[in-house]
Ligand binder design. Structure first.
Ligand code: GDP
Ligand code: MG
Length: 176
């Protein structure tokens, strides 16, 4: 059997959301099973490539992380270009980051196709005791905007793999 059997898939997925919601740690947890307590230690890598198996096929996802430019509202159109999946992340302990979701969605819609697979992610579910946004509110916002929804914790790993894999699987279903 040759290597060339079947097609190769490479999907670009972007992670967006306010500063310090845990975007970089979600990616490092997913791609390398690493977590950083100190956000400043997060290195602004451009993207990480992760392979997952779907229907016996190797699907590669190129997952893009901002290098902190969201602090200056300067995420460029190049960041979104060619994206077929997106995770829009907020921090369940900070309502302001939840209120920003609609703005991030607008920006995403401006710069990309409507067919982008989107997942709303409420991160830091390990901090349930200081929660500021309810699960219901997250679910409702997701439903209103036709997004998948999941609460995650990059710290204790809850739902991180599931969230990324679900987006990648949805893209695959759409294009295959
Ligand atoms: P980014 O600016 O969105 O990329 O956020 P970072 O990944 O740099 O994380 C910002 C801060 O939140 C860091 O101090 C992380 O250690 C912390 N953090 C990220 N994810 C979680 C999480 O799931 N739970 C908790 N408790 N802290 C988190
Ligand atoms: Mg970051």
């Amino acid at each position: 059997m040759s290597d060339s059997e079947g097609e190769d898939y490479l999907f670009k997925v972007v992670i967006i959301g306010d500063s310090a919601v845990g975007k970089s740690n979600l990616l490092s947890r997913y791609a390398r099973n690493e977590f950083n307590m100190n956000s400043k230690a997060t290195i602004g890598v451009e993207f990480q490539t992760q392979s997952i198996d779907i229907d016996g096929r190797e699907i590669k996802a190129q997952i893009w992380d901002t290098a902190g430019q969201e602090r200056f509202r300067a995420v460029t159109s190049a960041y979104y270009r060619g994206a077929v999946g997106a995770l829009i992340v907020y921090d369940i302990t900070r309502r302001t980051t939840f209120n920003s979701v609609s703005r991030w969605l607008e920006e995403l819609n401006t710069h990309s196709d409507t067919t982008v697979a989107k997942m709303l992610v409420g991160n830091k579910s390990d901090l349930n005791n200081i929660r500021d946004v309810s699960v219901e509110e997250g679910k409702t916002l997701a439903e209103e905007n036709g997004l998948f929804f999941m609460e995650t914790s990059a710290l204790d790993s809850t739902n991180v793999k599931i969230a990324f894999d679900m987006v990648i699987r949805e893209i695959y279903v759409t294009v295959s």
